[in-house]
Design a protein around this ligand. Structure first.
Ligand code: HEM
Length: 428
């Protein structure tokens, strides 16, 4: 079917009585309709009618926030399907996984999609955090949205971690045992947090029930609310950060003295000052179709990649969880392996002080680093000190994760990956 025919069919439907009851604007043809398409649609109205051209540059945001969002959507969709089968019982969970693999139509594909999308979401949220840092996008007026982002980052780790236990195989059981032991190292509250998470001192039915409730209700609901506020703030903070926000242009200009040939957002007018003095009407384009079509394309791309991974690689499923036979070494999920490596040097410093300081530094960052120069540009020279400190921390995290993943063998001894012996399961 060719495109003009499709367009005509859509237009006929959109203009029919039924079509008009659903879509308040047909396929937009005038600028007014392009604006109305955004403002009158429930799904689209979270975005503005017009966007700055800079926000559309693929090389600026790399679409990393959107990719994280789409992965989250895929996780919700596949997660709901998995819930039709899964039973959070230590007697049944593992068998349900096997059923998904061998009995349920497309069960394995859905499980694979859920697993790979979860790993990708952790990865892409981390990349998005790095992008926001390296472009200085956490600065005024986006301080709070950055803090919100730090919350979302921790929530994403929590979502992935709680899901890890659900298959109830050896990998799940021991990764969660190691992970919750790390949580238990915190002074005073550590053991209490661990007990609260597990509903006891060891991983068992109580832990599975709690992890399931956290994984399917508590954390996703929190994440949904926070993502909605996060996206709303992106819009209210004047869209994506831009170079013209930094430096002298950002001076606080009283309302009465604002140049009249520029356009201003409501928030700026409400503040009585403007961070967007450089914004001209000609710098903006209509969100429909420029932004919306890019978003649809990116979503299709993300879905295709997840589907491709799910078709060709199966999510791991080891033997039924056995609390008596720990694999040696027992490793946490990959995103906690850097932490596990640090804990192997000192439980207190590696498991509590360093991660605690890092999270605190991330939260306080936009309130401490307030210089405006370099915002909206990758690796701006004016931000060389901040960028260097961040890069050192990032490289350290990557190195520790690589060591924990590839260079640690039985009893956490040093091994070279090319000579790594298979994990020993004691007592066999
Ligand atoms: C579930 C996780 C997250 C989702 C779904 C998400 C989504 C988004 C989206 C869609 C955007 C618009 C532009 C883009 O694609 O980059 C954005 C921007 C932004 N995000 Fe996130 N985000 C998440 C996590 C984070 C994290 C971990 C941080 C930082 C700690 C963060 C801080 C920000 C900031 C400050 C902006 C504005 C950037 C700018 O103006 O250039 N977000 N986010």
């Amino acid at each position: 079917m060719n495109a003009p025919l499709l367009k005509r069919l859509w237009q006929t439907f959109a203009r029919s009585r039924v079509g008009r009851s659903i879509f308040r604007v047909g396929l937009p043809e005038s600028n007014l309709e392009r604006s109305q398409a955004m403002t009158s649609s429930f799904l689209l109205h979270i975005q503005p009618a017009k966007v700055h051209k800079h926000s559309l540059k693929a090389g600026y945001s790399l679409g990393l926030g959107l990719i994280s969002l789409y992965l989250f959507f895929i996780l919700i969709g596949t997660g709901v399907l998995l819930m039709f089968y899964y039973v959070p019982s230590t007697d049944r969970a593992y068998n349900e996984m096997k059923d998904l693999q061998f009995v349920v139509s497309a069960g394995l594909l859905i499980r694979n999609m859920h697993r790979w999308a979860a790993h990708l979401m952790v990865l892409f949220v981390m990349l998005h955090l790095c992008r926001v840092f390296y472009t200085g996008a956490y600065k005024h007026p986006r301080e709070f949205n950055w803090v919100m982002g730090v919350g979302l980052f921790l929530l994403t780790l929590g979502l992935s971690f709680t899901g890890y236990l659900l298959p109830w195989d050896q990998l799940a059981f021991w990764a969660i045992t190691v992970g919750t032991n790390i949580a238990g190292y915190a002074p005073i509250i550590g053991p209490k947090v661990k007990y609260l998470l597990l509903g006891g001192n060891v991983v068992g039915q109580e832990a599975l029930t709690r992890f399931y409730a956290l994984h399917v209700i508590v954390l996703p609901t929190l994440a949904l609310i926070m993502v909605a506020v996060h996206l709303w703030r992106v819009r209210k903070d004047g869209g994506l950060s831009r170079p013209d926000e930094s430096g002298d242009v950002i001076e606080q200009i009283p309302l009465g003295q604002l140049p009249t040939n520029k356009s201003y957002g409501l928030m700026e007018l409400a503040r009585g000052t403007t961070p967007q003095v450089g914004k001209n009407p000609e710098d903006e384009v209509f969100s429909w179709p420029h932004l919306v079509f890019r978003e649809i394309l990116l979503f299709l791309l993300v879905a295709a990649v997840v589907l491709f991974l799910a078709i060709f690689w199966n999510a791991p499923l080891e033997e039924y969880a056995n609390p008596i036979y720990p694999p040696n070494p027992a490793k946490a999920p990959w995103y906690f392996l850097g932490l596990q490596e640090l804990v192997s040097y000192s439980a207190f410093w590696g498991g509590v002080v360093i991660p605690g300081l890092l999270v605190t530094a991330l939260v306080l960052l936009p309130y401490l680093d307030r210089a405006r120069a370099g915002v909206g540009r990758w690796f701006a020279r004016e931000r060389v000190v901040a960028n260097s400190i961040f890069t050192i921390c990032l490289l350290a995290a990557i190195v520790f994760t690589i060591i924990g993943t590839y260079f640690r063998g039985p009893s956490w001894s040093w091994v070279e990956p090319w000579q790594q012996p298979p994990a020993i399961t004691e007592g066999r």
